[in-house]
Ligand binder design. Structure first.
Ligand code: ZN
Length: 270
């Protein structure tokens, strides 16, 4: 997961008016929230643009499905709060939208564990007594799902080299809980995505090894290995770029080698 600055969504012409009209219609009982789903669907491309078409939760490249816009605060109901109507007042608020793949967004069974994962209508918070019932009360909630649009929060997740996600700060109970809930509800440990990360780590390790061998030759005055070194460094840098799939994991793998002088420079330059 990477931090996504969602303050600058390029909304299509007339979108703000349409969104306001939809909220008015819902408030005046002229329609249900889902009758105006075109409002958030119309913003799909603008949201995708902010993340180079990657899911904001897991960094997988997202196919253009109709359900790609997740409401961070669920719009219709909340599984953790029986009888809660959902955060319907945020249904047309672009600040509540997260671009998401179906693994993270929709409830489905994880074949490896048999557990049903995916965010769906889940929105756990630390204290149910603070659950917002109307606009403006959300600021009192301590959300237990990491928000990719909040600086630092994506950093609460760490990875093992085999691609398995885990809490980065296990000694901090709140941060640990946020990481664990996010791994579970966003299905960040789904077999498919874990395997994709593992394969990326295999590539990265081989590029690092090759680049380091070349670097040692160059350090000893042998410039025949310069092209090899430059090529592998470019490969490693590309894997860490914002547009690359699972780039935060790639960065994590590379950071494991920061004792190598050229890697340290690479991490600083990215
Ligand atoms: Zn995803």
């Amino acid at each position: 997961m990477r931090f996504i600055d969602n303050r600058h969504i390029r909304v299509p012409d007339g979108w703000n008016e349409k969104s306001q009209q939809a909220l008015d219609d819902v408030c005046n009982y002229r329609c249900s929230v889902n009758d105006r789903s075109a409002v958030w669907r119309d913003l799909k491309d603008a949201l995708a643009e902010l993340s180079h078409d990657k899911c904001w939760y897991c960094e997988a490249k997202q196919e253009r499905s109709d359900d790609a816009v997740d409401h961070y605060r669920p719009k219709g109901r909340v599984q953790e709060a029986n009888g809660h109507p959902g955060y319907w007042w945020l249904a047309f608020d672009k600040g509540n939208y997260r671009y998401s793949c179906t693994f993270c967004n929709s409830r489905r069974k994880n074949p490896a564990t048999g557990e049903t994962q995916g965010k769906g209508d889940h929105f756990p918070i630390a204290d149910e007594n603070t659950r917002a019932l109307k606009s403006g009360q959300e600021e009192y909630e301590e959300c237990l799902l990491i928000d990719p649009c909040k600086a630092f929060e994506p950093n609460l997740i760490d990875f093992r080299v085999d691609g398995t996600p885990c809490p980065k700060f296990p000694d901090n109970p709140l941060w640990k809980s946020k990481a664990e809930n996010s791994i579970y509800y966003y299905a960040l440990d789904h077999q498919e995505v874990r395997e994709a990360r593992r394969l990326l780590a295999v590539d990265l390790e081989s590029w690092i090894e090759e680049a380091d061998k070349a670097f040692k030759k160059i350090s000893a005055g042998n410039n025949d290995f310069s092209d090899t070194f430059q090529g592998r460094v470019r490969d490693i840098k590309s894997a860490m770029k914002a547009e690359a799939r699972y780039s935060s994991f790639a960065r994590r793998v590379v950071a494991d080698h920061k004792d190598l002088v050229w890697i340290e420079t690479l991490l600083q330059s990215n």
